[in-house]
Every structure is written in structure tokens, then in C-alpha cells.
Design a protein around this ligand. Structure first.
Ligand SMILES: Nc1ncnc2c1ncn2[C@@H]1O[C@H](COP(=O)(O)OP(=O)(O)OP(=O)(O)O)[C@@H](O)[C@H]1O
Length: 352
């Protein structure tokens, strides 16, 4: 994504004002979880969310953002499942949700983790339903039979394929690859099998409007939870890098009330650290640092924050933001060469 592609387009959604509780940890994922639960309240237990409910807020749309989002929706239109691959905190989830919303179909959200198994995807028996049948076939004689009927509850994948929803499966490579066997027949034959379900409706024909967007971190993509090639081969891979400087400035400014000059300082520092440090420094880190500066440089009232940010404060703030990446870095690729927080602080001070 080059700097020339950053021509300003538009910002959707409201800017989050200086209410600190609102600023805390507001990631698109959490926002979605909240919206999904609000949608569930409206729609009963259905995991379907109306598309307008999943548009991330705020959502900045520069040419760079629109270009990668349009590639994603283009492939979906070509009936290809899309795998968004990119470094932590670069904006994959926001893009996936925006692309999903753009299709105008209901959206089903799924978060990958170790606990996701086949049943978590397709559904399971949720205990038996007991009822008593009262037979009065001969006058004066009654026979009561207790019947236990199995109750099946569909999970998100079953609902999505049946309803023709857009499935957004975030960080899917964190789930056990074995759980994804059911996805193969969905993409290859247009049929979802529900292992464990008995009867004629054991399989569901995939609705023609069903589409899937999966996201994964590029490190995990090649890492421990390597998914089966047969599945990966079914996806189109759209690689999402970090946005250009102007886009990152707009994104940070959309999340935090800071003077433009201070936003530029944070984004410039983020981009230098990204180049110079051996740790991943995503756009999320820039937003978090800006949130910190809004407090530490200006106190509770953001209007006091000066555009001119002191290098020492900037170093301290970035040290706090990035230090979780140093903990345990010895056995991770991320953080290679930085052993202690003091090393990190020194490297940050050198880079900014
Ligand atoms: N176009 C955008 N407009 C506004 N904010 C954005 C945009 N893209 C990303 N962000 C913000 O940047 C941060 C990181 O984005 P996001 O969570 O989408 O990244 P990610 O690549 O999915 O991260 P991870 O790999 O950790 O899941 C979030 O706070 C998100 O709100």
C-alpha cells in the first residue's frame, strides 16, 4: 500500500470522544461481540447479525482501505472464500467485517481458538426433550408412554450455510485443523455434513449466497496450527500489510482525540519502530500509544494535550505498549533479540 494511495475518502461512524471508559480496549472484535449479543437479544439465539450491525465503528475508508476491501468483496462475488492474512493489529478483522457488511447479507461471526471443534461449528445435541404421550385407545383404559426426543441445536456454520450468510471466521488457524474437515465438503461439494445428527437432514445444502471470510495472523499461518493444504487451497489469499502513513494517521485520529501534530508524532514513531525493532508494531499499538498520550500528556482533559510530544514520554508510552511482546520472547519469533524491558526501552529511544 503506497503513500500515494492514501487520498482521503471518508470516515464512517462516530469518533470516540474522550470518555476514557469508552476508549479502553475498544477493539473491533469486542465491539462486534457486543453487537452480536445485542442482535441475539433481538433475534433469539440466532448467531445471525444484520449487516448494518457489524460495520466497525469508527471505520476509516481511504483509497488504500477501499482497495483491499474491494478485492475481498470482489473475490466473494466470484464465489471464492477469502483468507485475509496479515500481521497482528494491521486491520484484518475490521476489513473482514466491513467487507461482510458490504455484501448486505446477514453476518455470522466465529472466533477461532483451541476449544473450537466440529460440534462448535455445526451443532450438537442439547440433551433430550421429555414428554408424555397419553393413549386412550380403549374407553376407560389409558396408557402413558414417556418419550425422549433428542433436541439438536445448530451452531454458527450450520446457520450460515443454511441462511446464505457471510461467515467471518476470525483467527481460524487457532482452531484445531481437524475441526475444519466439515469445511472441505462445504467448499468442494456445497454440502455441510452434521456429524452426530441423525436422520435425513444430517446434511444441509449450502445456500448459493453463503460466503466465508477467514482471517489469520501470518505467523500462525505458517506455525503450530498449520491447517490442511486441501482446505487452504480452496481459499483465495489476500495479504493485508500495514497501511500507508496517511491512512494510519486517519485511523488513529478516528479513535482518539489528539491534535493532528500529536497523531503524526505517534504514527511516525510507530512506523520507525516497525522498521527498526524486532517486534510486530501494528496499527493497534499506535492507537493504544495515542490513548496513553491523551492521558499522560494532558491529564483527564484531552484538550490539554500538546501537539509537541516529549521524546521521553513517547519512549515510556511505547515501552508500556510493546513490553508484553518482550515477555516470553525467548521462545517466540516476535521480539527476537530483545530480552528485557530495559533493552526494549533503549531500542525504542534509539528509534524515535
Ligand atoms: N479502517 C479502519 N478504520 C478504523 N479503525 C481501524 C481500521 N482498521 C483497523 N482499525 C483499528 O486498528 C486496530 C487493529 O485492527 P484489527 O483488530 O482489525 O486488526 P487485526 O489485524 O484483526 O488484529 P489481530 O491480528 O490482533 O486480530 C483496531 O483498534 C481497529 O479498530
Amino acid at each position: 500500500m503506497g503513500d500515494d494511495s492514501a487520498r482521503k475518502r471518508k470516515v464512517r461512524g462516530r469518533k470516540i470522544r474522550s470518555d476514557r471508559s469508552k476508549k479502553e480496549g475498544r477493539k473491533a472484535k469486542k465491539e462486534l461481540a457486543r453487537k452480536a449479543s445485542a442482535a441475539r437479544e433481538r433475534n433469539g439465539d440466532s448467531p445471525l447479525s444484520p449487516p448494518e450491525d457489524v460495520v466497525p465503528e469508527p471505520f476509516v475508508e481511504t483509497d488504500a482501505v477501499a482497495s483491499v476491501r474491494d478485492r475481498t468483496t470482489g473475490w466473494l462475488e466470484a464465489d471464492q472464500p477469502v483468507h485475509l492474512i496479515g500481521p497482528t493489529g494491521c486491520g484484518k478483522t475490521s476489513l473482514a467485517l466491513s467487507a461482510a457488511a458490504e455484501r448486505g447479507r446477514p453476518v455470522v461471526w466465529l472466533n477461532g481458538d483451541e476449544a473450537v471443534d466440529t460440534a462448535a461449528l455445526v451443532g450438537d445435541h442439547a440433551g433430550g426433550e421429555r414428554y408424555t404421550e397419553d393413549d386412550r385407545f380403549v374407553s376407560g383404559v389409558s396408557k402413558q408412554t414417556e418419550i425422549v426426543r433428542e433436541r439438536w441445536v445448530d451452531n454458527p456454520l450450520s446457520v450460515a450455510v443454511r441462511e446464505g450468510a457471510t461467515l467471518v471466521y476470525n483467527e481460524f488457524s487457532r482452531s484445531d485443523p481437524a475441526a475444519h474437515n466439515v469445511l472441505l465438503s462445504v467448499f468442494e461439494e456445497g454440502v455441510l455434513e452434521r456429524p452426530g445428527k441423525r436422520g435425513e437432514d444430517r446434511t444441509i445444502d449450502v445456500h448459493p449466497e453463503f460466503r466465508a471470510i477467514l482471517t489469520s495472523n501470518d505467523v500462525e499461518y505458517a506455525g503450530v496450527h498449520r491447517q490442511q493444504d486441501a482446505l487452504l487451497d480452496r481459499f483465495v489469499g489476500v495479504h493485508v500489510g500495514y497501511y500507508d502513513g496517511e491512512t494510519e494517521r486517519e485511523i488513529v485520529a478516528s479513535h482518539v482525540d489528539l491534535p493532528d501534530e500529536a497523531v503524526s508524532t505517534v504514527v511516525d514513531a510507530t512506523r520507525s519502530l516497525r522498521d527498526d525493532l524486532g517486534v510486530v508494531v501494528g496499527t493497534r499499538a499506535a492507537i493504544t500509544a495515542a490513548k496513553g498520550l491523551a492521558v499522560f500528556d494532558g491529564g483527564a482533559d484531552d484538550s490539554d494535550v500538546s501537539g509537541d510530544i516529549d521524546d521521553e514520554l513517547l519512549t515510556e508510552v511505547f515501552t508500556d505498549v510493546l513490553s508484553p511482546k518482550v515477555a516470553g520472547a525467548a521462545d517466540a519469533e516476535d521480539g527476537a533479540g530483545i530480552d528485557t524491558v530495559d533493552d526494549l526501552r533503549a531500542d525504542i529511544a534509539d528509534a524515535i
